[in-house]
Write a protein that binds this ligand. Structure first.
Ligand code: ATP
Ligand code: MG
Length: 358
């Protein structure tokens, strides 16, 4: 195992820059998730680390070695893709052992190592089957097993679960986490899925347009996003944003153009009257009685009971918001509810730069 270090790593396709001088250190044994909107450069970054894509500038280090000038097969990194290709005519056991046979490892040792990895991944009863006789999740585990068998210094995953149905995705996600806890192999994991990134990663890297927006632990990004982009990207349903002006006289709050007061626990680092965006996560609203001053009037649009809670889409001061409430609510579209955003947990961003102010 080894750390991965990216230094001023960049990529252009023709004249088109898609990755802009990225600096990132991934510790030995760390699990890092790369997230960001479609086209932001996640796969390109991963493919440069694997050596499937040439770099346009900068350096990639794996442990003590600089690997960007090295051929992919000599990098000692295993990559698992969204569309994993297994050899259809070979059994699971032969698929797993294939790379070891190429390395001329003795058959007896291959059998032992295949059996060990099959045990870890719950594939032991399936070793004699062909890929066509497996479910999608089982095939994905074989693909992971192949990567593990090589005992690489690092794993790269590019949306490995996106072809699986919701239930399997959760199962294989748990297996990936258990596997990482056991093997502690340095891992870079690209995903579109919020929950996957939050639950699997030691740290999350948020990319946008080939730049890093923020790097932090899942809860750091969730609790203290550094800017409005990260705030809107991390968390599902997404954070609500309501624009207004900062009011610091008396109890600090944000005043919307409609005259609505959105409470703040402390004065942010900005001047009275600054144009800001108030951020409140859906789960940080609570339902209050009709005469509560701190509540804001919300006109109900859609009520979605999930069983464990209720999601309410509503309009507040002319803006669409979503609130996730503990209560079961029978409100009909058009009805007014009073919702109170938790002042302690509110976020304030500069309306121009998007940077966090509190
Ligand atoms: N071979 C290529 N030639 C030219 N442009 C490319 C090539 N591959 C990718 N790009 C462009 O580079 C940018 C980054 O692509 P990349 O595949 O890394 O995005 P991504 O973050 O993985 O997106 P997604 O979430 O959709 O998989 C995109 O604008 C894409 O169109
Ligand atoms: Mg991609």
């Amino acid at each position: 195992m080894a750390s991965i270090e990216l230094r001023q790593l960049s990529k252009r396709y023709g004249k088109n820059p898609v990755v802009h001088g990225i600096d990132l250190h991934i510790g030995d044994g760390e699990f890092v998730a790369l997230v960001g909107p479609s086209g932001c450069g996640k796969s390109t970054l991963l493919r440069m680390i694997a050596g499937l894509e040439e770099t346009s500038g900068g350096e990639i280090h794996l442990g003590a070695r600089r690997i960007d000038p090295i051929a992919p097969r000599d990098r000692d990194i295993a990559m698992v893709f969204q569309n994993y290709a297994l050899y259809p005519h070979m059994t699971v056991a032969d698929n797993l052992g294939f790379s070891l046979r190429l390395q001329k490892v003795r058959p007896a040792e291959i059998r032992v190592r295949v059996a060990e990895v099959a045990g870890i991944l719950g594939l032991s009863p399936l070793l004699e089957r062909k890929p066509g006789q497996l479910s999608g999740g089982q095939r994905q585990r074989v693909a992971m097993g192949r990567a593990i068998l090589r005992r690489p210094q690092a794993f790269l995953f590019d949306e490995p679960l996106s072809n699986l149905d919701a239930k399997l995705r959760v199962q294989v996600r748990t297996e990936i986490k258990a596997l990482h806890q056991r093997l502690r192999t340095t891992t870079v994991y690209v995903t579109h899925d919020q929950v996957e990134a939050m639950t699997l990663a030691d740290r999350i890297v948020v990319l946008k347009d080939g730049h890093i927006e923020q790097v932090g632990t899942p809860l750091e990004l969730y609790d203290r996003p550094g800017n409005a982009f990260v705030a809107g990207f991390i968390g599902s349903p997404a954070m609500n944003f309501i624009p207004g002006r900062l009011q610091l006289e008396g109890a600090p709050h944000v005043l919307t153009d409609d005259g609505l007061r959105l409470p703040l626990a402390r004065a942010p680092r900005a001047e009275q009257g600054t144009r800001v965006v108030y951020g409140a996560r859906p789960e940080h609203f609570s339902l209050v009685g009709g005469d509560d001053d701190e509540g804001v009037a919300a006109e109900v649009r859609v009520v979605e009971p999930t069983g464990s809670d209720t999601q309410v889409a509503a309009r507040v001061a002319g803006h669409d918001i979503v609130a996730q409430l503990r209560e079961r609510i029978g409100a009909r579209p058009g009805e007014l509810l009073r919702l109170r955003p938790q002042a302690e947990l509110a976020h304030v961003f500069d309306a121009g730069s998007g940077l966090r102010l509190n």
